[in-house]
Design a protein around this ligand. Structure first.
Ligand code: HEM
Length: 565
């Protein structure tokens, strides 16, 4: 009884019948870069995994008759894989999921990737980080920027540095930066947008959100004013160039970045500028901490004059070199900037396409805030807005794929074998959009996540196949301790899961909620008609040409209350 239940409800993907089922073709709600035919130049420069390469790899035996992995090999077509280079990598991965099922092998140049679109396998791989899996390729592509930063470090260095950094993101810190950083930066953005409200000019909201989130992360990490919404400095350009390079490298599947080409030289210069700036900030902050003899004297310590993470880390007196500290902070800068910017971009896009949801979000913001700026306490009452952001992160996860490398022989759920050195791509995009996993998978439907339940995450979001009776039985099994809760789920993984899960998840959600709430208080927005909103990938899902909106001013709840007492 219990095993029948665990097959059909808990891990549908481990059921061979389900593994053979094909999902219907995706109906993406927007035009995307893979809809158009590949340009002649993209064909000419594509050298990743054409048909012949799959055949060659097979004939060499990597995937051939000796392959006992049970993993089907995708027959990748040159036209499809031209998207892998600088294009929307996750779109052909989705197409192949529909053809080959929730696990398949993809040859990409001399590498081959096992592509996973299945919650149970994703859970297995992500949770076994450190024992059976490492980060692998991710560390290789971004080492030029992160150095030894803990976002890409492995082994004991990662353990030690993650343990040192995580305490800085405590509740008191978050509640303070809601007001001192998130609200302040969001208000500045609204101010800068005012002229466009008056003259009705089109605004590229993707660009604005990218500037906003850079300003936020600069203040929150180092108490540093990028002020990118108003100024243009070499540091800001350097940050953008370095991020761009990191993004390009993450989509380049062959390590040709090791060759010196102009793009790399530009990126190296950019990295030097950023490193020098961060080193100066560390040196100045260290001087102050030393001069004041500052030490952390309570669990949730915040320095009132400078609540930044840098100040916390220096005051904590951990044994750490300035270079390591610099690389850790850079890790957080990169990990926390474009991700939140992209979440804001796609949430705004989705709301603009769904006027009833936009109206509901406006009403909620007016009702809860009454024209005030949001406080930390207000955020838990902005339930619908939070669900809009959760749902946007389901449809547009950043990054859309996660990479891991097998360290040892392993057998994945469903009896698929992998061997040491095997690169694995977990397609979060596929899991989040799979019709096997979600009802109405392609629809923007914020209410799918119950408004009064905890914020959805990898450990509390169940399978679509779980009906009420099954859920009842499931709960009974958990109570009887016949199964453990962590054995379930991993169908909603916007912040990943397992030991390498995002450390900034709460920070990011608070930032996104506050930024949108302040924006919605003051304005409404509609898409400029006839623009093609394509998707392209870097570390996050970007639009191909920007997200142009027409903004209009609205009366906030307090003004309307004053007008109609
Ligand atoms: C909505 C915004 C964000 C999203 C979608 C996001 C997503 C992610 C994901 C998916 C990972 C795990 C990657 C993997 O498993 O390979 C990750 C890791 C990480 N994130 Fe975030 N993130 C966001 C915001 C932030 C912010 C604001 C910060 C910093 C304040 C941050 C800091 C980090 C760090 C340092 C790691 C590496 C953790 C480790 O390897 O131990 N992230 N993020």
């Amino acid at each position: 009884m219990s095993s029948a239940l665990s097959v059909s409800v808990l891990s549908p993907i481990t059921h061979p019948r389900l593994h053979r089922r094909r999902c219907p073709a995706p109906s993406l709600s927007i035009k995307n870069s893979s809809n158009g035919k590949p340009t002649p130049s993209s064909k000419a420069t594509s050298w990743v995994s054409p048909d012949w390469l799959t055949s060659l790899t097979k004939s060499l035996g990597t995937l051939g008759p000796k392959d006992d992995s049970n993993i089907p090999a995708a027959n990748a077509k040159l036209d499809d894989v031209s998207d892998l280079l600088g294009g929307a990598l996750f779109l052909p991965l989705f197409k192949w999921m529909n053809e080959y099922g929730p696990i398949y092998r993809l040859a990409a140049g001399p590498r081959n990737f096992v592509v996973v679109s299945d919650p149970a396998i994703a859970k297995h791989v992500l949770r076994n980080y450190g024992t059976k899996y490492s980060k692998g390729l991710v560390a290789e592509v971004s080492e030029f920027l992160f150095g030894s930063g803990f976002a890409i470090a492995e082994g004991s260095l990662w353990t030690v540095r993650r343990r040192a950094v995580v305490p800085s993101l405590h509740k008191k810190y978050l509640s303070i930066i809601v007001e001192r950083v998130f609200c302040r930066c969001a208000e500045q953005m609204v101010e800068r947008l005012m002229p466009s409200l008056v003259n009705g000019s089109a605004v590229n909201m993707e660009e604005k959100f990218s500037q906003l989130t850079l300003d936020v992360i600069g203040l929150a990490l180092f108490n540093y004013e990028f002020d990118s919404l108003t100024t243009n400095s070499p540091v800001i350009d350097a940050v953008y160039n370095a991020l761009k390079e990191a993004e390009l490298r993450s989509t380049d599947l062959l390590p040709y970045w090791k060759a010196v080409i102009p793009r790399q030289i530009k990126a190296e210069k950019a990295v030097s500028i950023i490193r020098e700036t961060v080193e100066e900030l560390i040196a100045k902050c260290r001087e102050i901490v030393e001069a004041e003899g500052e030490r952390i004297n309570e669990e949730e310590y915040v320095n009132d004059a400078d609540p930044s993470i840098l100040r916390f880390l220096l005051a904590s007196r951990e044994e750490v070199s300035s270079t390591q500290l610099r690389d850790d902070l850079l890790s957080m800068l990169v990990a926390g900037h474009e991700t939140t910017g992209s979440v804001l971009t796609w949430t705004t896009y989705l709301l603009s396409k769904d006027p009833p949801s936009l109206r509901k979000a406006h009403e909620e913001v007016d009702r809860v805030l009454q024209g005030r700026l949001p406080t930390y306490e207000d955020i838990k009452n902005l339930k619908f807005l939070t669900r809009c952001i959760n749902e946007s992160m389901r449809l547009y996860p950043h990054p859309p794929v996660l990479l891991r490398r097998a360290q040892v022989d392993d057998v994945l759920p469903g009896n698929y074998k992998v061997y040491p050195g095997q690169d694995i791509m977990i397609s979060v995009y596929n899991i989040h959009r799979s019709a096997e996993v979600w009802e109405r998978a392609d629809d923007f439907f914020p209410e799918r996540f119950d408004l009064d339940s905890p914020v959805p995450n990898e450990a509390n979001t169940d399978y679509r196949h779980a009906h009420e009776l099954q859920l009842f039985l499931l709960e009974a099994l958990i109570v009887l301790q016949l199964i453990h809760l962590p054995m379930l789920y991993f169908r909603y993984i916007p912040f990943s899961g397992g030991p390498r899960k995002c450390v900034g998840d709460q920070f990011a959600l608070l930032e996104a909620i506050v930024s949108l709430a302040v924006l919605l208080q003051h304005m409404s927005f509609e898409l400029i008609p006839d623009q093609t909103i394509g998707m392209t990938t870097g570390a996050t899902i970007h639009t191909t040409n920007g997200l142009y909106m027409k903004l209009s001013q609205r009366q906030s709840a307090s003004t309307s209350a004053a007008a109609n007492p």
